[in-house]
Design a protein around this ligand. Structure first.
Ligand SMILES: [Zn+2]
Length: 316
């Protein structure tokens, strides 16, 4: 009998060790964004518009995603809220994540992880794989049309949807994660009229609300100057009804928005927003969480080991 108890204990210990070290924890369905947010017709329209975009297009896929301001998921659990609301920040500046691997090829998963790596390299924010004790997390999915996210941390899981292949691009992942971290679009800043002119006459009727401004009790720029080059700035012809610009810079020689990655001012604002959360993180001197590095390296290894593996191209 004693021997049997001993074996049971050994087996229980072994299985918990295996669980700790190798099991990928699958989160329950996210409360925010688990359902397709578009009607069937709208979903098809969004999907085909994004599919037609190429890397050279000035339009950003998030502008075509058919939700509030293009790509912001508002849901019935939370009314719109601004980045000043501290309860919507990620504790310790740490974001648990889960990539739904049925939705993305290995190569696409690497695109997502490389965007995360940019956050690790340039900001104090850390992303680590979801663990079953987590009460907030981001799940990357591709089962809906469009590229979209909620703004700020929501409880019980939130989806970052990346339509495949149109939204699985470095700058798009960076943009959607900046929403998830708590940022709205740059041109909705309360002081934007000092920097840009909105050309209302060129906006598609019914889409004027995409150019709303937020007041300073909701949103702050942390004292950082307006950023024409933010990854969160609309392109010049966003929501245009006639291919004419809808936003015009009041300063010469500036380009509105980009999809390369975080701008210097994006980084500064994010660092100011998460200053105290990041400082509270234990082991905050580690540049990257080990769970992330393991996942990143194993995916990268697939490409290095197998020369035949495509370096570009998407599952369709
Ligand atoms: Zn957006």
């Amino acid at each position: 009998m004693e021997g049997l108890v001993g074996w049971i204990i050994v087996l229980a210990l072994a299985s918990s060790l295996i669980e700790c070290h190798s099991q990928r924890h699958r989160p329950p369905n996210a409360k925010h964004g688990d359902m397709q947010p578009h009607s069937v017709g709208e979903a098809a329209r969004v999907a085909s518009q994004i599919d037609e975009l190429d890397d050279e297009d000035e339009a950003n896929p998030w502008e075509l995603s058919g939700l509030f301001e293009g790509d912001i998921l508002l849901d019935r659990y939370h009314s719109r809220n601004g980045i000043l609301n501290e309860s919507m920040r990620w504790a310790d500046g740490t974001v648990p994540y889960f990539i739904e691997d049925e939705d993305f090829t290995d190569e696409q998963q690497l695109v997502i992880l490389k965007a995360i790596k940019e956050y690790h390299q340039k900001t104090c924010i850390q992303f680590r794989p979801y663990h079953k004790k987590d009460t907030s997390w981001v799940v990357f999915r591709s089962n809906s049309s469009g590229c979209w996210s909620s703004v700020g941390m929501q409880s019980d899981g939130q989806t970052v949807n990346l339509q495949s292949p149109g939204c699985v691009r470095h700058g798009v992942v960076i943009h959607e994660l900046l929403h998830a971290l708590g940022f709205f679009h740059q041109q909705s800043a309360s002081n934007r009229d000092d920097y840009v002119r909105i050309l209302w006459e060129n906006i598609e009727p019914g889409h004027e609300h995409n150019f709303n401004k937020y007041n300073e009790t909701e949103v702050t720029s942390y004292g950082i100057e307006y950023d024409y080059g933010s990854v969160m700035h609309y392109s010049a012809k966003a929501f245009s009804r006639n291919s004419e610009p809808t936003i015009e810079a009041l300063q010469p020689n500036v380009t509105l928005g980009q999809r390369k990655g975080l701008s210097e001012k994006d980084i500064s604002k994010l660092e100011l927003m998460y200053q105290s959360q990041c400082a509270q993180r234990e082991g905050s001197e580690d540049p990257e969480p080990p769970g992330f590095i393991d996942q990143f390296n194993s995916l990268l290894g697939l490409f290095k080991e197998n020369a035949a593996f495509p370096t570009y191209g998407f599952k369709k």
